[in-house]
Ligand binder design. Structure first.
Ligand code: MSP
Length: 651
């Protein structure tokens, strides 16, 4: 059978700019793709963008754009990221493309006609940002989403359901036989225990949103964004009944982050079982990056832009760092300092020096021509072991282990120089054969190391082979046809420094200066603003998701009482239609109880309850005010301008 390898990244949401999390999955897939090609596999590497659903609709609305225009604009950054990262993907799929929409509808129809999708009613707790229903036993405290921590809403809608439960025993049986079905082991165990705890039929359509693929024959519904998105792995092959599908599907593998394993290791395989096609060979879930020890987030302002890192430190060092720093599968911490330290120690010192020293000696002692020597050495013996270790590690997606093995070999080669002291051998005519032996082995160690690093650092690999005087492209080399000791007579090329050392003191200084510049430019901007609009104080920018976490509803004040001990507060009873609440509000100076009773207002309903003057207040009434020295001089209530039902959500 022909060796084939079909690998996919998750398709990325286009609601924001790409960050290192996205770069990480893409680079891992790129590394394994390049490796497999060098092992003689026919490889298909797919990536793309997830462009439907509530998240995107909301993001587009916040920019005042149509969703289509918005995704057309934003998806470009993800396409560009592939180029910036040097990704060797063979295809880039967008879920708004016709080729995708057609296949999603075909698959949905096929499942409907087999009665694996049926119409029903769904009611449950729903997380809007995550676009997912949350079972009651999985909810966080106070009805919050276990993934993002935000408040859940109760949602009821007519929905199409996928008969997931029917296929669960079959999936459990499959995973029991295929231990690599979910990797690493910790995720395998997690998925198995989830499956064994029972899986309900899953809602796969929505009536509440518009931006999605219509359910065939029932356009009131759009297909749930996750169902839509997962199908990309098949739509990129043209659908189920194509030669491309027959060619690639038996060898499909998915790479995902640990946060989306249930969709990939439960929902998706259940759909595949219902479709009667094979399950993925492997699904690997990698860990998450924090940045300088903190969760990466826009509000913290610590989102790392991969393009900036590439611009500042170079593409290959960035690729090397991400693949080397953390055992693949574990969480890790990104810091520029750690990146700089890897550049200096592993790249400039270990690899760069080995190349430099070796080429310089071949030039000085042998006129730039690689000498012949057939005697086996520790390095030639070690080479076979390293090739095997790299192979084993790569097959387990242990990129860090593979690199560690290569660097052990590089370290051994550096030591080989120190032990043999070629500069001494060169002074003694009788040691000429030994010098040939030493130089030839060093040359071979470099030729092999450069080939081995090609999946992670393709450009560096090329630069090394060019300096070694090899005209072939190492990226196209085949690991299995590597033969130690074939290079006598090669004429080495021009030397150049692979990775200039970064002076830590200078680097620290420039980072500090940059920080200072950033703060002073912020100060200048706010000073200019202050001159033209002295009274306005702006809050920090927040995301639309942060805003949406504030639940506001229309309410009516049904009772207003004085609080004897308080000059500012009234005790109000408000009716939300579905419940009554007590709220303390500091508006006494502006209204009489008669003016307030019966008024319809806007209430923030998900504020933590607070005790004010001994009374528990459960919400906050919205008002606009003019303040002087922090004290309201003028105040007006924010009221709905027409007779909308009590409890209506404000957004
Ligand atoms: N659109 C869905 C995937 C659908 S696949 C059928 C999605 N998109 S995403 O853009 O939010 O995330 C894509 C990938 O980026 C996920 O694998 C996720 O784990 C990864 N990362 C996002 N932030 C990350 C880190 N901080 N660290 C590492 N990877 C992380 O989910």
């Amino acid at each position: 059978m022909e060796k084939r390898f079909y690998i996919t990244t998750p398709i990325y949401y286009v609601n924001d700019k790409p960050h290192i999390g996205h770069a990480y999955t893409t680079l891992a897939c790129d590394t394994i793709s390049r490796y497999k090609r060098m092992k003689g596999y026919d490889v298909k590497f797919l990536t793309g963008t997830d462009e439907h659903g509530q998240k995107i609709q909301t993001a587009a609305e916040s920019k005042g754009e149509s969703p289509q225009k918005f995704v057309d604009r934003i998806h470009v950054a993800f396409r560009d990221l592939c180029a910036t990262l040097g990704a060797s993907n063979d295809d880039f799929i967008r879920t708004t493309e016709q080729r995708h929409i057609r296949v999603v509808q075909e698959i949905f129809s096929r499942l409907m006609s087999n009665d694996d999708i049926y119409k029903g009613k769904y009611s449950g707790y729903y997380c809007v940002p995550c676009e997912t229903y949350v079972p009651e036993n999985a909810m966080g405290e106070n009805h919050t989403c276990p993934d993002c921590g935000r408040p859940l809403i109760i949602m009821e809608e007519e929905s199409y359901f996928f008969r997931a439960s029917k296929y669960v025993p079959q999936l459990i049986e499959h995973y029991e036989k295929h231990l690599r079905g979910v990797m690493p082991k910790i995720r395998y165990n997690e998925i198995m225990s989830f499956l064994k705890s029972g899986v309900r039929d899953q809602s796969v359509s929505r009536t509440s949103i518009k931006w999605g693929i219509p359910v065939p024959g029932d356009e009131k519904h759009v297909i749930y964004v996750w169902f839509d998105a997962l199908v990309n792995y098949i739509s990129a092959l043209g659908g189920l009944d194509t030669d491309e599908f027959a060619k690639w599907w038996p060898n499909v593998r998915h790479m995902v982050g640990k946060d989306i394993i249930r969709f990939h290791c439960v929902t998706w395989p259940l759909v595949l079982l219902a479709l009667g096609v094979n399950l993925p060979q492997e699904i690997f879930a990698h860990g998450w990056w924090t940045v300088d020890g903190e969760k990466m987030s826009k509000t913290r302002g610590n989102v790392v832009d991969p393009s900036e890192m590439v611009k500042e430190y170079g593409l290959d060092p960035f690729r090397y760092f991400l693949m080397r720093e953390v055992p693949f599968g574990n969480d890790g911490d990104f810091s520029e300092r750690a990146l700089v330290s890897r550049i200096n120690s592993d790249l400039a010192n270990d690899l760069g020096n080995l190349l430099n020293r070796t080429l310089q000696m071949i030039r000085s002692y042998r006129g730039g021509i690689v000498p012949k020597s057939d005697e086996p050495s520790e390095l030639s013996q070690m080479s076979a072991e390293i090739l095997e270790r790299v192979d084993r590690s790569m097959n387990d997606y242990a990129f860090d282990e593979a690199l560690k093995a290569i660097w052990e070999f590089i370290g051994r080669a550096n030591k080989f120089i120190d032990e043999n002291m070629p500069w001494k051998l060169a002074k003694d005519e009788s040691q000429s054969a030994k010098l040939d032996f030493v130089l030839m082995n060093l040359y071979e160690a470099l030729r092999l190391s450069a080939m081995l690093i090609a999946p992670v650092m393709p450009e560096t690999s090329r630069r090394i082979w060019t300096q070694l005087g090899i005209s072939e492209d190492p990226v196209k080399a085949q690991y299995d046809s590597f033969k130690w000791g074939n290079c006598a007579g090669n004429v080495i090329g021009k030397s150049e420094v692979l990775f200039p050392r970064i002076d830590i003191k200078e680097w620290e200084k420039s980072k500090e200066e940059k920080k200072l510049q950033e703060t002073s430019s912020q100060e200048t901007t706010s000073a200019t603003e202050a001159q033209s609009a002295p009274a306005i104080e702006h809050e920090e920018e927040i995301t639309i998701d942060a805003f949406k976490a504030v639940e506001m509803r229309v309410a009516q004040i049904t009772k207003c009482e004085e609080i004897p001990r308080s000059k500012k507060l009234y005790k109000l009873e408000v009716d939300l239609g579905y419940e009554k609440r007590t709220v303390c509000s500091g508006i006494k100076a502006f209204f009489t109880p008669e003016e307030l009773t019966g008024k319809r207002v806007i209430l923030v309903t998900n504020l933590k309850p607070a005790k004010l003057c001994g009374i528990e207040s459960n919400g906050m009434i919205l008002a606009a005010s003019v303040k002087k020295d922090g004290v309201s001089e003028q105040l007006t209530l924010v009221v709905p301008e027409s007779d909308i039902p009590l409890g209506s959500r404000v957004s």
